[in-house]
Structure formats: C-alpha cells, structure tokens
Design a protein around this ligand. Sequence first.
Ligand code: PFF
Length: 449
Amino acid sequence: MTKERVTLGGKLSAVLVAAGSAVGLGNIWRFPYIAGENGGGAFLLIYIGCILLLGLPILLAEFAVGRHTHRNSVGAFKSLSKGWSFIGYNSALAAFLILGFYFVVSGWTLEYFIKSLSGDIAQYTSSAVNTELFRSFTLNPWRPVVYTAIFVLLTHVVIALGVQKGIERSSKLMMPVLFIVLIVLAVRAITMPGGLEGLRFLFTPDFSKVSAKTFLDAMGQAFFSLSISLGCMVTYASYFTRKTSLQATALNVVGLDTLVAVLAAMVIFPAVFSVGIEPTSGPSLVFITLPSIFSTMPFGAAWSAVFFLLLVLAALTSTISLHEVLTAYLHEEWHMSRRASAWCVTAATMLLSVAASLSLGAWNDFRIFGLNIFDSLDFVTANVMLPLGGLCTSLFVGWRLKRSLLHDEITNHGELRCRLFGVLVVLLRYVCPVLLLLIFLYNLGLFRL
Ligand code: PFF
C-alpha cells in the first residue's frame, strides 16, 4: 500500500496544500470579529501564544502520525493502536459534521461574490438594510441552498481530479492568488481616510478587555484555524514524501495561517474604523458591515467582488481538505474506488448541508437540544469534538506512541536536527492536555469564568 500511494510533488506543495486547509473562513471571517470583541492587539498576542503552545505541537503530532502510517486519518490511528482508533473516527465524523455548516457559509460567500459581479451589492447601503437583506437571503428556501449545492459540487470536481491533479494543482494556483488579493485589499483599506486608526486598534494591546474567556476563545480559534483534530493534517501528511521536513512545513503553515489572519484583520479594521463602526459587531461583520462600506467606496462593487473572491478561495481550499479526509477514508478502509468514494461523500455532505441551510429558515422549528441543525453542528464540533480530538491526539502521541518513532518522523530519521524535541514532548504530554481539558470542560458549561 505504501508504495502505490500518491505523494505530493515537493516542499512547496506540502506547505501550500496544508496551508490551504488551514487558511479559510476561520482566518478571514472569524478571526477579525473575535479579535475585535477581545481587545484587538491584546487578543493577537494571546493568540500567537496559543498557536505556539498548542497549535504547533499538535500540528507536528498529526503530521508525524500521517506521514509515518501513510494512511487516511482513521486507518492511521487504527494501524498504530487499535485502542486509540477512536481518535480517527472522531476526526472523520467531525470533518463530516463541520462540512455540514461550512458549506453553507461558503455558499453565502459565493452568493455575495456573484452579487458583487452583477453590481447588486450596490443595494447594500446601510447596516439596517443589509441586515434585512442578509436575513431574507438566509431565510429564503432555495437561494442559499442552490449556492451551497454549487459549492459542494465545486469541491467535488477538485477531489475527483485526484490528489496531484486536483488538490495539489488547485492549491498551487489558489493560494498565491489569495495572498495577492489579500495584500491588495490591505493596502486599499489602510489608505482609506481614518484607516490608520484601525491599525492602531489591531496593534495596540488593550488588556482591559482581556478576561479568562479571552484565553479560551484564543485557544479555540487557534485550533479551528490550523485545521487540527479533524484528520485533515493527518491525511495530507500521509501524502508527504519521506524527504519532506515536518518541522519546516509546520512552521510555514503556522506562519502563513497567522499572517493571513493578521492581514485579514488589517483589511477589516481599517475599513470599519474609516466609517466609524464598532469592530465588535460579531459574525455579521463580513456579510453585513463590510458591504455597507463597499457601497460607499468608489468602484465599491469591484472591491467587493475581490473581497468575496478571497473568501471563496479560502473556503474552497478548506472544504477540499475536509472532503479529502472522508474520501480517503472510504477509499482505503472500505476499499471503494476513489471515484465512488468521492461521490458518496459529496452526496452525504450535500444532504447534510442542505438540511443545515434550510434549518436557518424553513426548518428552523426542528431543534436538537434547543438548537437548529446549523447551530448544533457548529456547537458539537467546535465545543466537543475538536477539543476532545486534540486532547486525545496529544495524549496518544505524547504518552502512547514510541518516542523513537516520533523522533524519527520529526528529524527524518536523524537527517534533520530538532533542538526542541524535548520541549515538544513536554508540551504534548502536559501542557496541551491540561489546556485542552480546560477548554473542553468550559465549553460544556462545567465551570464558569
Ligand atoms: N482551518 C479552516 C479555517 O480556518 O477556516 C477551517 C477548517 C478546515 C477547520 C479544515 C478544520 C478543518 F479540518
């Protein structure tokens, strides 16, 4: 099996593919509003701390598991230890459930992109009007469903083309475009009148807004943003070659992911400050606040199209990675052809995401523990499955996996040096499990801060 398995081209491909998974709506949509709610610059510092203490070690652990086994996420954990194979199942199930709502939000980005191209975005003149337009769009029984379905099919096309021709090629094309677009937008936003005020907010830490909850928010965001605990990084690393440096790849992915989040905040805060809106307006920042800013700008529809194109690309590289987790699982564990596996995943995620989309409107009365389908998918994955997966991965790799195996993977069998290997083991054994247990218990409401 090891011999016939496809591998990614070179170093750059490994970085771009993994960064493609990490960079997504989490960076551009979620990071700015969470930072806005938690004191801007102060949050950024805490976030970077979480990335280093929690994100980087678990990312390396997942890379080591994936590359060593050369298997999909379920097969990888199963082949290392039957008793811990539940980590793989948890990750595959979580990937499926996340796709359920991620496809819906991705569909919205596509709708806004098309609206910008057609010039319809000009109707979005004020927050009040935009709120109403956004509400009526998400409540509409078919439009968001159609866009969600288109997004699922776009993802399917890339997956169906295969690991090299689909995933690798599309990441090599989409990631550079994404960076260029982001930099152009950041320059545009900073040079708006009052834009520098936004930068000051982002880079001047205001510790008065920091609470214990800020740390938990930062940890959760670091986790989601790096795509860890969902099998994506295990699956992608299973396509790395024996020569790929896991350390360099992980550092690059973490660096690029954080850079994109900071750049996205450098687009959004200056824009928001230039029109005097509070940066704390929550999840609606991107779909409600920003369109009203675009509508006041010269060539607003064009800027809006560029911005939503950025979101579409970011979302697509992430949905591809989540789809691949499931496709690789069905292909390798259920011995189905890759084509059939991809279609099964597409059909199942299509059903789930259409249900999640409808649950915001027509099916809103259907509730699971008081939440509609969309919110319950978000809740159970972000609050339960992600921290639990991370906790078990760090315990497994820190305590159960042979230390020599981890060392061999991290150093490419002694070819590379890893001065901080001892620190990595301490982080995986003690620091990550304790922090993740705290997040998990807090999210379940078992203690309050
Ligand atoms: N990391 C992606 C983002 O920041 O939007 C989301 C994501 C993709 C999470 C893949 C988890 C995952 F496995």
